[in-house]
Design a protein around this ligand. Sequence first.
Ligand code: NDP
Length: 493
Amino acid sequence: MKQYVNYINGEWIASASGKFLPNTNPATGEVLAEVTQSTAEDVDRAVQAARQAQKAWRLVPAPERAEVLYKVGLLLKERKEQLAQILTSEMGKVIEEARGEVQEAIDMAFYMAGEGRRLFGDTVPSELRDKFAMSVRVPVGIAGLITPWNFPIAIISWKSLPALVAGNAIVWKPASETPMIASEFTKIYEEAGLPKGLINLVYGSGSVVGNAMVDHPQIDLISFTGSNEVGREINARAGGMLKRTSLEMGGKNAVTVLDDADIDLAVDGIIWSAYGTSGQRCTACSRIIVHEAVKEELESKLLARIAHLRLGNGLDPSVDVGPVINRASLEKIDEYVKIGVEEGAKLLCGGEIATDGELGKGNFYLPTLFTDVKPDMRIAKEEIFGPVASIIPVKSIEEAIEVNNSVEFGLSSSIFTQDINRAFRAMRDLDTGIVYVNAGTTGAEIHLPFGGTKGTGNGHRDSGVAALDVFTEWRSIYVDYSGKLQRAQIDNK
Ligand code: NDP
């Protein structure tokens, strides 16, 4: 059985704990590998390596740092298929989506490599004569990255590439469910020539390794993506130490379909965003807010499409919907479906764990659609993270926007309409960090900020240039070449 071990200070090494846990394929139940389970001592070793390495790395010119990122991009591109296969086998998403996810990491590598020659600050006139003023970005120091299993290569690329190009070092704890792709990504950094100690991969549980990272006084910032519950806990603990946190948490994203919408296009968008990745994207569509005039048409067209979705092992290219990540998740989804039925929502299809033939060996849930859902039902408010969508009928665009904005999360929303005035009102009034017009709730591109409002985050963004704000401090610099004391706000008035 292949064993996965930590990568600390440029060495592949198992934790002294001696403990290993199995990693399983969610489509088949097969054990794929064993993974070392680290301790707080391993985290500390990683932090010391990172501290040492960062001292030299921050002095390397950013365009030279970026050379490593270009090589990372090239290696990712060369290994795209191999990485996609590994990703699907341990995480479950269908192979076409896995390829798309690896492509996201490739795009991010080249995009952030370009930042090596920008990292723009401002040069501004001073209010005083013979004085020069500018602002520059400087690295924060040691970045602790804690990532989830649903986008196990894209999310670490959003966080690690900007962190490194900006001159930081990294301690990374990937999700326990996706250790193999984490190892492959780390190997790529190693092969690209990243000096030792700049990326340190530490496997283990959130409660041991994650907590040790949050509590470590020499980790300067924590960038986290995952559940709201864990994000809040991290924020509270790190906040007490005045440690910067960038939190990307859940969503309860909605597609709105107005009475003038192209219904077939809306159906395409909903199917892709609600059932792609088995509903386990943080931007997944789990609410469908529909104008009552087109509700019946939308329902029947959605049902016809859902009936043709093929469940199975994501490595089979004819499969549309893969498994969910694990048994606990399957049970959580089933629990929510029961709650929905009890609350009085009408179940149109699905609503069961799939047990037929080979599906019984994995964690499969039938694509599920509810209708006549009220905005205050739990299935309309809480993140389910599975292939379950709820239709909520409304009478107007005003009501649709109110319902869209009524949840505690604010990640993504979408509106289907052919009326330009309504589209612009929605772009202004939908309160999420991401808004789509005439497309589903998923499909973020790496050169724009990714993140949400309200309970989804704490104001920071992954990807895009905005990611640099997480991994840098601003330094304002004044150079006085007048040869005399000049006092701002005093001597020029
Ligand atoms: P978690 O928030 O538990 O896990 C995300 C990451 O945080 C993992 O690496 C996890 O480690 C780690 N972690 C867990 N507990 C701690 C802790 N106390 N301190 C520091 N790090 C910790 O999410 P799950 O994977 O358990 O998923 C649960 C639910 O979270 C999902 O059903 C979904 O609702 C939501 N979720 C949302 C995501 C999003 O993209 N917004 C992504 C993933 C989940 P480990 O894997 O070892 O537990």
